[in-house]
Write a protein that binds this ligand. Structure first.
Ligand code: NAD
Ligand code: DAU
Length: 355
């Protein structure tokens, strides 16, 4: 079915993978990518598709109501897939203000515009959908047992997860109060191509290739449920197309791993693919236990039964196949990582849009 989709945050890690998926597999979808290009936005990651006639990039802030309204009017937006956010937990601990602004006020701004455009002024919302991309971190932290379901109570512990929880509540409120056709997805940890190297997997890959220390927080026993990013993007497209309005869907990879296991696996994969360190030592020798993250959630694990049963989505990648693809991608795309590390990735858009 034809759609004109406003993708917010389409220059971030998941957004880039999602825009690419839409242009490859959803050939009747028109994509408008609205991104502020914060440190996490990388326009170069979309260089190969920027001339596609079904794709338009707009640099701007989701908190700018006038701009968002003009985009809805100009492009007749019927679908929103909302990724734009401050996404890194450690940054939310040292500087939460941007998280409140973008994640809460920005989501509120998009909801207000969608409400006005789709529900007021005698307009029809038939076929319109507002999908809010959220996280499993809203549910808090699990003990040794159990899984997060869509019925698990919210219990956010970090400024990041509190800001995402607030935005989820606002999105749900616009459904119950005004009848805005919303959907929410709550996903576990993603990994794959184009991820900013502040997150565990690309950070470890980058440091391990350069023979630098690999910082593991606390005892390394915290558990995350890893999902290959392409699987997440396909799940989002499925929810947009077939999800029941007003509902939430948990998305996860059935891949619970302790952080130390993930770091050790990456070390072993690199030793095998590119050889040992110059010193002749294996990369595991770089592992360094460091001070724990404040309020560090111990375990996340998703029950993704609802999306499997109702929409027929299950992940295609196992942890092994996803990690292999990921490591190969970073090895084949070293200039991408180098330009992020030395900051030169911003030059590409600064020539067009300024700083
Ligand atoms: P990211 O940090 O890589 O990218 C965020 C993007 O949003 C960047 O391109 C940035 O420039 C843009 N942005 C930030 N503030 C903006 C603003 N005010 N206006 C317009 N654009 C703005 O994030 P990600 O890892 O791709 O995550 C995307 C979404 O998915 C987030 O909402 C996050 O909470 C959610 N999520 C992420 C994961 C994960 O593992 N990465 C898992 C579950 C859910
Ligand atoms: O669960 C979904 C969430 O996953 C998303 O909502 C967030 O946007 C995304 O950033 C991610 O959050 P995490 O905090 O789980 O991801 P991160 O990669 O920062 O950390 C993964 C685990 O590794 C976590 O337990 C902290 C630990 N860690 C992280 C870094 C950066 C380390 O031990 N060392 C590190 O250097």
């Amino acid at each position: 079915m034809k759609k004109t989709v406003l993708v917010t945050g389409g220059c971030g890690f998941i957004g880039v993978n999602f825009v690419r998926l839409l242009l490859e597999d959803h050939t009747d979808w028109q994509v408008i990518n609205l991104d502020k290009l914060t440190y996490a936005g990388n326009l170069q990651s979309l260089k190969s598709i920027e001339d596609n006639s079904r794709y338009t990039f707009v640099r701007g802030d989701i908190c700018d109501q006038e701009l968002v309204t003009s985009l809805f009017t100009k492009y007749q937006i019927d679908t929103v897939v909302h990724f734009a956010a401050e996404s890194h937990v450690d940054r939310s601990i040292t500087g939460p203000a941007e998280f409140i602004q973008t994640n809460i006020v920005g989501t509120f701004t998009l909801l207000e515009v969608a409400k006005k455009q789709w529900l007021q002024e005698n307009k029809s919302s038939t076929g319109c959908r507002f999908l809010h991309v959220s996280t499993d971190e809203v549910y808090g932290s699990l003990g040794e047992e159990g899984y997060f379901t869509e019925k698990t109570s919210y219990d956010p512990r970090s400024p990041y997860s509190a800001s995402k929880s607030s935005s989820d509540h606002l999105v749900r409120a616009y459904f119950h109060t005004y009848g805005l056709p919303i959907l929410i997805t709550n996903c576990s940890n993603n990994y794959g191509p184009y991820q900013f190297p502040e997150k565990l997997i690309p950070l470890v890959l980058n440091n391990a290739l350069q023979g630098k220390e690999l910082p593991v927080y606390g005892d390394g026993g915290n558990v995350r449920d890893w999902l290959y990013v392409r699987d997440h993007c396909e799940a989002i497209a499925r929810v947009v197309e077939q999800g029941t309005v007003g509902q939430s869907y948990n998305i996860g990879g059935h891949n619970e791993k302790r952080n130390l296991e993930v770091v050790e696996l990456l070390c072993d994969m690199l030793d095998e693919k590119v050889g040992l360190l110059k010193s002749g030592e294996p990369r595991r020798s770089l592992i360094t236990f460091v001070k724990d993250r404040l309020g560090h959630d111990r375990r996340y694990a998703i029950d993704a039964g609802k999306i499997a049963e109702e929409l027929g989505w299950t992940p295609k990648f196992t942890f092994e196949t996803g990690m292999d693809k990921t490591v190969e991608w970073y090895l084949e795309n070293r200039p991408w990582m180098e330009s992020v590390m030395d900051g030169s990735y911003t030059q590409y858009y600064e020539t067009m849009y300024g700083k």
